[in-house]
Design a protein around this ligand. Structure first.
Ligand code: ACO
Length: 339
């Protein structure tokens, strides 16, 4: 057994962004409604050569530099994403892009809870003594699945990525993960989806059939659909589960909300963040929010917020950071981290 520490974090967002005014030219909305109901001012969207892999590689290189860890010394890369460049996974292309030749690289899908789930997994591999250096990435490019005609969802999502390097320490009692709590409820799956569907009226047997010419019968093809969301249900789910899960993690850590130096939760709606902060009696100085700049970057939001707070000199060594993710699945997860 070994201890585990947070060695470095990094982030990356696409160069282009859409303001609320830009969106008001696409759908019937306005800057005031979006800011009041969500806290969002703009969201970054990939363009040109940018991809999930390019964002993840950029954020990962920054995290490795901050950690002082060489890419070839990584043992494991966990890429939390719901929007890979390749259905077989994108962790391996990130591995190639950063030169992490010795690492196993795998994707992990738990929507907006994915980064927290990834950190818990990464710490356990280190604690078990098997791995020394683990890179956990949270990244999504949900703009690929946004219906730009749907004002209920297109205002919310943005693309982005954050990464964290975890490394082992010789003292097993020295662990950055003080408590965690993770859940799923598939009975609520229909409230937030980006499902695969066959074209209407075609064979839905689930197989593409070879044709006499050697190709696939196009009639059996389908595609992943745009994001569908019941916003009010997801809102209710979030304001209930986030305080509950953070309370459980605090209890497991033997702590109370008074021990929290910073709350860094999934950036989905400023009103959800405010509700959780109020429940724990945390003033704005203890709450990290950058939703105004980036919108909801799904698995990217928690590590992006962490990386910015570190860069700004807010989160410092020794700080207690309560983190929580929630979203599609449905999934929700929290962790108490010592920086
Ligand atoms: N601009 C203007 N009006 C709008 C817009 C818009 N962009 N969107 C909806 N409206 C209208 C509605 O049509 C409705 O009009 P009506 O009263 O005439 O019917 C009115 O505004 C109120 O709509 P609500 O849906 O009740 O608005 P609400 O306050 O619930 O805000 C929102 C909607 C922002 C989507 C909110 O419900 C929310 O944030 N939910 C949580 C979503 C979330 O967190 N999702 C991501 C999870 S993470 C993941 O896994 C990807």
């Amino acid at each position: 057994p070994a201890g585990a520490k947070i060695a470095g974090v990094g982030m990356a967002v696409p160069t282009q962004y859409l303001t609320n005014d830009d969106l008001s030219e696409l759908v019937d909305t306005n800057d005031e409604w979006i800011r009041t109901r969500t806290g969002i001012g703009k969201r970054h969207v990939i363009s040109g050569d940018e991809s999930l892999t390019s964002l993840a590689a950029e954020a990962s290189k920054k995290a490795l530099t901050a950690a002082g860890v060489a890419p070839e010394d990584l043992d494991l890369i966990l890429l939390s994403t719901s929007s890979p460049d390749d259905l077989f996974g994108s962790a391996c292309t990130v591995q190639a892009a950063i030169g992490a030749t010795g690492a196993l690289a795998v994707d992990l899908t738990a929507a907006c809870s994915g980064f927290v789930v990834g950190v818990v997994n990464g710490v356990h591999f280190i604690r078990g003594g098997e791995y020394k250096n683990v890179l956990v990435i949270g990244a999504d490019v949900l703009s690929r699945y946004v219906d730009w005609r749907d004002r209920g969802t297109c205002i919310l999502f943005g693309d982005g990525c954050g990464a964290m390097v975890l490394t082992s320490t010789p003292d097993p009692s020295d662990c950055c993960l003080l408590g965690f709590d993770m859940h799923s409820d598939g009975t609520g799956n229909h409230n937030l989806t980006a499902q695969f569907a066959y074209e209407a009226g075609t064979d839905t047997a689930g197989k593409s059939k070879p044709t006499a010419e050697g190709g696939d019968a196009p009639s059996s093809r389908g595609a992943f659909c745009n994001i569908g969301m019941n916003g009010q249900e997801v809102f209710k789910f979030a304001v209930k589960t986030v305080p509950d899960t953070v309370s459980k993690s605090l209890e497991k850590a033997g702590m109370t909300s008074e021990d929290i130096d910073f709350l860094v939760m999934h950036q989905a709606n400023q009103r959800i963040i405010d509700t959780a902060a109020k429940r724990f009696g945390l003033g704005p100085e203890k709450v990290v929010s950058n939703i105004a700049k980036y919108g909801n970057t799904s698995a990217g939001s928690v590590p992006i917020a962490m990386a910015e707070a570190v860069e700004e000199g807010r989160i410092k060594k020794g700080d207690i950071v309560a983190t929580a993710g929630f979203g599609a699945g449905l999934t929700w997860a929290s962790a108490i981290l010592r920086w």
